[in-house]
Design a binder for this molecule. Structure first.
Ligand SMILES: NC(=O)c1ccc[n+]([C@@H]2O[C@H](COP(=O)([O-])OP(=O)(O)OC[C@H]3O[C@@H](n4cnc5c(N)ncnc54)[C@H](O)[C@@H]3O)[C@@H](O)[C@H]2O)c1
Ligand SMILES: [Zn+2]
Ligand SMILES: [Zn+2]
Length: 351
């Protein structure tokens, strides 16, 4: 088969590799029909994720059709259309039972690490992929949900919803600021309304992304390069600060921005993956009664989000800005890597 293979920092190729095979009775093989690229794949390609070995097939998002099932798999059949979740879940370890799939103790990839695809085991940017613990890590796709919609449920929609909206404890009437209107920030924006957020303020450096954020439910937008960006946010909250500030960039500056705009008693939900140390001034913050949360997506809300996508209550299609076929994989990467210029959000790549 063909797959997108990591060759060390700065190197990748769409090339021939052996087909995956069933390794364990709970595995299935999925023919990948649709996949996409995540910002994390770009981090890997820069060499920022040293755990990824040369020769690894990248990708942790995908939708496909089952072609083979392991001996112990009873609830999935050849021919089933499925969403491949970015997180493996064995379903029976203590963390899986608590819904904390991100820390699944199953041995596949590494015990205690839920994100294994395109990281510690071969991923979804390939014609076929082996899915471990398939009955828990795959979600059957109902009629009426397109591949393009479903692929947004592998990672970005659960991430924005679980780590942004749920961990941020958004409640009816809240004012929510989302710092960073990339795919993950937009996922938080598009799901904040599910818990009744009244005002959703998108904050970004990119005017195009801010404009786009209105399509996802942002009620107000603030350009963070404006000298008075903070005053603009404060004005939208009667000077009190936001109830929930969601960080969806992953740099110290934007975490601090969240701290700066949250009201006393509010919540800061960090979604961004940080590569640099972030200073937390507890000596100033303790008196403000704020809560800070963070985490890796569990994807335990995927079935619920899938229902809402099926009912057009979450605008999954709006994330897809560019379309490619598998033989245009390198072009797809190039377009996604130059997102500011190309205005790409998610590139949809089909077999
Ligand atoms: N916690 C998790 O489980 C999880 C899962 C997936 C992704 N993530 C992380 O979420 C973050 C967002 O992912 P993405 O794919 O949307 O990334 P992205 O790079 O596409 O989007 C980031 C956005 O932040 C904006 N930005 C950059 N600097 C800014 C600043 N100073 N002020 C305001 N906006 C600024 C950019 O213009 C861009 O629109 C990343 O750090 C990613 O690694 C976390
Ligand atoms: Zn991802
Ligand atoms: Zn588990």
């Amino acid at each position: 088969m063909k797959a997108l293979v990591y060759g060390g920092p700065g190197q990748k190729a769409w090339t021939d590799v052996p087909d995956p095979t069933i390794q364990s009775p709970s595995d299935v093989i999925v023919k990948v029909d649709t996949t996409t690229i995540c910002g994390t794949d770009l981090h890997i390609l820069k060499g920022d994720v040293p755990a990824v070995a040369k020769g690894r097939i990248l990708g942790h998002e995908g939708v496909g059709t089952i072609t083979e099932v392991g001996a112990s798999v009873t609830s999935l059949r050849v021919g089933d259309r499925v969403i491949i979740s970015c997180i493996k879940s064995c379903g029976h370890c203590v963390n899986c039972k608590a819904g904390l799939y991100s820390h699944c103790l199953g041995e596949e990839g590494a015990s205690g690490t839920g994100w294994v695809f395109g990281h510690l085991i071969d991923g979804t940017q390939a014609e076929f992929v082996r899915v471990p613990y398939a009955e828990n890590s795959l979600y059957l796709l109902p009629e009426g949900v397109s591949d393009q919609q479903a692929v947004m449920l592998s990672d970005i929609l659960p991430t924005g919803f679980e780590i942004g909206v749920q961990y941020g404890r958004v409640k009816p009437g809240d004012t929510v600021a989302v710092i960073g209107a990339g795919p993950v920030g937009l996922a938080a924006i598009s799901t904040a309304g599910l818990y009744g957020a009244a005002t959703v303020i998108a904050v970004d450096l990119d005017a195009h992304r801010l404009e786009k954020s209105r399509e996802f439910g942002a009620t107000d937008v603030v350009l963070s390069s404006d000298a008075d960006w903070k005053e603009q946010v404060m004005l939208l909250t009667d000077g009190q600060g936001v109830d929930v500030a969601i960080e969806a960039v992953g740099i110290p500056e934007t975490f601090t921005m969240c701290i700066d705009v949250v009201r006393p008693g509010g919540n800061v939900a960090n979604v961004g993956v940080h590569g640099k140390a972030v200073q937390l001034h507890v000596e100033d913050l303790w008196i403000r009664n704020i809560n800070i949360s963070m985490g890796l997506v569990n994807t335990n809300t995927t079935p619920m989000l899938l229902k809402l996508v099926a009912q057009q209550k979450v605008p999954a299609d709006s994330f897809a800005t560019h379309h490619f076929t598998f033989d245009e994989f390198m072009e797809a990467y190039d377009t996604f890597a130059r997102a500011a210029e190309t205005k790409a959000l998610k590139v949809v790549i089909t077999a």
